[in-house]
Design a protein around this ligand. Sequence first.
Ligand code: BGC
Length: 266
Amino acid sequence: MILSLENQVALVTGASSGLGYACADGLAAAGASVVVNYNSHAEPAEALAEKIRQRGGKAIALGADVSNEEEVEKLFAQTIEKFGALDILVANSGLQKDAPIGEMSLADWNKVLEVNLTGQFLCARAAIKQFRQQGAQRNVSRAAGKIIHMSSVHQVIPWAGHVNYAASKGGVDLLMRSLAQEIGEERIRVNSIAPGAIATAINAKSRDGEAGKNLLKLIPYGRIGEPEDVANAVVWLASDLSDYVHGTTLFVDGGMTLYPGFRDNG
Ligand code: BGC
């Protein structure tokens, strides 16, 4: 079977930079029409949509804050208006607001949970309603719709100084698995990707100098990931090549979850 997403429509949240940008680019390269969602940075999102169109693909940039119910509803309505259907959701938007527990404000706790977890709930719910409405007559993939949640290795690895972020990703894991259990019989596939240390703006500081050397010690495969490593996994999970993969998390982490500290310890 050949990997192709032709005639399919994908929506990627938080696609103006980092993982979302690479995923939108990769899905378009595989043939999907793509909605490049952004929250505050319209320019790079518009530029990506234009780049995709220049090479013969279909794309549009649409602004929406994924933690805002009304804006999410509008984002999905605009997607359907533009492309007539939805087949793939990559619920990617996420952020970090790090602080030791004694200094973590309620505002920073809430913000991370609202974007990383509530945002994924709102987008998944909207996608499922759309998949149901399209029903069986939409015949572009073996599944009636595919949802890919962007999680993190921190859905399993505790992370001091980042309790809001780790809690949000732990939540994404059970959101994903509970949804997969609930709607699998409707042939809607739900999975997560759990990236490790991927070179994006979110971890720029921890990849620099001495911190960067320490970070590498946590990665058995010996390199920091590239956004394309994640995009390639997303494209596969969105395609029929992974049709029997449901309710699972694909770790794209160079082995970070192998706890390499135990190689010479324990
Ligand atoms: C975080 C990054 C971090 C990586 C590995 C990701 O989920 O967003 O900041 O480098 O996990 O710890």
